[in-house]
Write a protein that binds this ligand. Structure first.
Ligand code: AMP
Length: 395
């Protein structure tokens, strides 16, 4: 795997695919700069080498050229975040873009217009990719968030840069952290899977069962497992068509010597609301009219014990309905345990959607080893897929 550290960018124009798909408010101001800041080290390394950068990204889901999705809106924010002047090019390909690139000097940065203004981008069009490829000497892919898409700028373009392509520092970190869990992780390895449904996590579970020592299950998924084993789950979330699957997972785990830890107690509520009446009951004895929305205190303690004994930890999905304050405690306690284990030397990776939101909301992002920036891309990696944007760089 070649990264930008394997290249000297002196006098080179780097064509860098970044993921600047940032949220904007109604005044077109960037409300979360994370994605810009995570690309910063890559951009600075290229400039410090004596190179220049042509940045390209998508923003949102425009239908053709729609001004509200123009990357022009974020130029100022990119300048402020990276600390370098940025020239906006109001097109992604074509004569004017080419001219701007030809005139680009060492230390300068261009930002091309939203790639998705061209339908060829998402179609993975090879001609469009070839046009883009003219805009740089070395192709750098640092857009992990879109690496699971075989788009022109993320995947197809790579074939035009034989021996002149590499991963940016963010991509390298993402790939490395998945490897640290899936291939080279120190044992015991614990995966914590929470969230709403078994059906959306089944491929991940199947893929990791021969790699891990402990599987902690939490969130709404819990109740499909509990019901499958004959427990009373009241009105809790359940996928009745996945009961057999839940039993299969448990038996496959046993065959693989994976210890499965299901919540033993639950915070139950009489309505799906933060103001609901609540009580703590055994997970397999939830009365009718009550639903489990968080793990109980005994479960928190049990899960913390497992986590603190682990050397490698993967966390995907909250343990409860953390968006409501009264059902966030289990997720917070788990975050605290992971933070503690990390401090004691464990490697911890948090990835995929809502667990990332939870980690940020409760301030754990700097207390775990790595928080992935890619929702779908991380989930697909955990499912064992080789992402098209990664594969294209290796051939
Ligand atoms: P996912 O996208 O599958 O990781 O699911 C995340 C969602 O699962 C969050 O919005 C949580 O509110 C929800 N969730 C977690 N625990 C429960 C539960 N016990 N019952 C219903 N939804 C839950």
């Amino acid at each position: 795997m070649k990264t930008i550290n394997d290249f000297d960018f002196n006098n080179k124009k780097a064509l860098v695919r970044v993921d600047f798909n940032v949220p904007l408010n109604s005044s077109f101001e960037v409300t979360d700069t994370t994605r810009i800041l995570t690309a910063k080290p890559t951009i600075l390394k290229i400039l410090e080498d004596g190179g220049s950068c042509v940045l390209m990204s998508h923003l949102g889901r425009p239908k053709g050229k729609q001004n509200e999705f123009s990357l022009q809106h974020i130029v100022k924010q990119v300048e402020d975040s990276i600390g370098v002047a940025v020239t906006f090019v109001p097109d992604s390909i074509g004569d004017y873009a080419q001219q701007q690139v030809d005139n680009l000097q060492t230390g300068e940065v261009l930002l091309l217009e939203n790639l998705r203004f061209y339908e060829q981008e998402q179609a993975g069009d090879i001609v469009f990719a070839e046009h883009l490829s003219k805009l740089g000497d070395i192709y750098v892919n640092d857009a992990f968030g879109t690496a699971h898409r075989a788009h022109a700028s993320t995947t197809i373009i790579a074939q035009f840069f034989e021996n002149r392509k590499c991963f940016g520092l963010l991509m390298a970190k993402e790939i490395d952290s998945i490897k640290k869990v899936m291939e080279t992780g120190n044992k015991p390895i614990t995966a914590i899977l929470g969230g709403a449904k078994v059906s959306s996590k089944i491929t991940i579970i199947n893929h990791i069962l021969d790699k891990i020592d402990h599987l902690i299950i939490g969130g709404g998924m819990t109740f499909t497992f509990i019901k499958a084993q004959g427990g009373q789950i009241g009105n809790s979330l359940v996928e009745d068509d996945k009961l057999d699957l839940a039993l299969e997972i448990l038996s496959k785990a046993k065959q693989n010597n994976v210890q499965v830890h299901l919540p033993i107690d639950a915070v139950v509520a009489n309505t799906f609301s933060n103001d609901a009446d609540t009580k703590i009951v055994n997970t397999n004895q939830i009365p009718k009219g009550w639903m489990g929305l968080d793990v109980g205190i005994e479960t928190q303690k049990e899960f913390a014990k497992v986590v603190l004994n682990s050397k490698t930890i993967l966390w995907n999905g909250p343990l409860g309905v953390f968006e409501m304050e009264n059902f966030a405690n289990g997720t917070i306690a788990l975050g605290q345990a992971i933070a503690k284990a990390t401090k004691l030397g464990a490697f911890s990776l948090v990835g995929g959607g809502d667990s990332v939101a939870a980690v940020k909301q409760f301030g754990f992002q700097n207390k775990v080893s790595y928080v992935s920036t890619g929702g779908g891309a991380m989930l697909e990696s955990l499912e064992g897929k080789i992402l098209p944007g990664v594969k294209a760089m290796l051939t």
